[in-house]
Design a protein around this ligand. Structure first.
Ligand code: A3P
Length: 303
């Protein structure tokens, strides 16, 4: 396949998308062996779109009954485990570390995450009644988040990657799991055709009114909040547990590495909307806006 250098590693063009070459074996194994169950929930994101945050929210939401008393709140898994360990990425952790991991024993509903574009998902995911939650993020902020993350991943001898270089690649479709617009559009279209299959969410909307979107998520997943839960602060409790300040201050997220080698603290940087303005010139911002406008034209989707 065609390969391009990207930050520390390389990206290869596979089924129309630029995928990190080092993950290709995991992606092929996942495509060949993963058998979706109708009760599965897959969180899908483009990297740096808020996956860690939504992993925490999904976990806290689905297991809220189990950890509702103040006694069990103190033993909440999010206090001692990183969200990436509670909701593993199929193509990184599970199918990269073992070719065919035994996932059958996992408690239902099984919670997974993936960055794969819709068109590359295993057929069983498309055919089963499992649900997909797609979270996307404003592209300029996503690029800035990537740029910071990429420089952490990059071997020291290669030096830091320039923002202009990162942006240039992004605008040519070259980003992990990109082209960015095709990734977003793929899920957006399916969410319009099959709203019971894909819930399409935006990071910025979640930041603005998280309570509304957590309720929307619960409705979509078939576990709506009861009237009592809406009155007793359950929603607020989930949001507090998964807030940037709380998650990033927990010892389990401040030190140590994931089994994939990345430091846990790298997943918590700033968590704000509009941070691109602190790094990009107006021209750089306009360039991304122009590409996105062109690529999304006629789709009804806007950032
Ligand atoms: P920034 O680099 O802009 O701060 P991902 O989890 O998909 O890798 O995305 C990482 C981005 O989500 C980072 O963005 C990170 O700071 C932000 N993030 C992590 N936890 C968050 C939280 N609880 N609330 C909001 N944003 C969060």
């Amino acid at each position: 396949p065609s390969e391009e250098d990207w930050v520390g590693g390389s990206l290869c063009l596979y089924q129309g998308f630029w995928l990190p070459s080092r993950l290709l074996n995991g992606i092929l194994a996942y495509q060949n062996h993963f058998q979706a169950h109708s009760s599965d929930i897959l969180l899908v994101t483009n990297p740096k779109s808020g996956s860690t945050w939504l992993k925490g929210i999904l976990f806290a939401l689905l297991y809220r009954a189990k950890y509702s008393s103040s006694d069990s709140q103190q033993r909440h898994p999010l206090l001692t485990q990183n969200p990436h360990d509670l909701v593993p990425f199929l193509e990184f952790k599970l199918f990269l570390e073992q070719e065919n991991p035994d996932l059958a024993a996992m408690a239902s509903p099984r919670l997974f995450a993936t960055h794969l574009p819709y068109s590359s998902l295993p057929q069983s995911v498309k055919d089963s009644k499992c649900k997909l939650v797609y979270l996307c993020r404003e592209p300029k902020d996503t690029v800035i988040s990537w740029w910071h993350f990429a420089n952490k991943l990059r071997p020291e001898e290669k030096g830091q990657i320039l923002l202009s270089e990162c942006l240039d690649k992004f605008c040519r479709g070259l980003s992990p799991f990109g082209p960015y617009w095709d990734h977003v559009l793929g899920y957006h279209m399916v969410s319009l055709e099959m709203p019971e299959k894909v819930l399409f969410m935006m990071y910025e909307e979640m930041k603005e009114d998280p309570g509304v979107h957590v309720r929307r998520l619960a409705d979509f997943l078939g576990c709506p909040f009861s009237g009592e839960e809406l009155r007793d602060g359950t929603v607020e409790g989930i949001l507090r547990m998964c807030s940037f300040d709380n998650l990033s201050s927990l010892e389990v997220n401040k030190s140590g590495k994931l089994s994939t080698g990345q430091e846990k603290k790298w997943f918590f940087r700033r968590g704000e909307v509009g941070d691109w303005m602190n790094y990009m010139s107006a021209e750089m911002g306009e360039r991304i806006d122009g590409v996105m406008e062109e690529m999304l034209s006629g789709s009804g989707l806007k950032f």
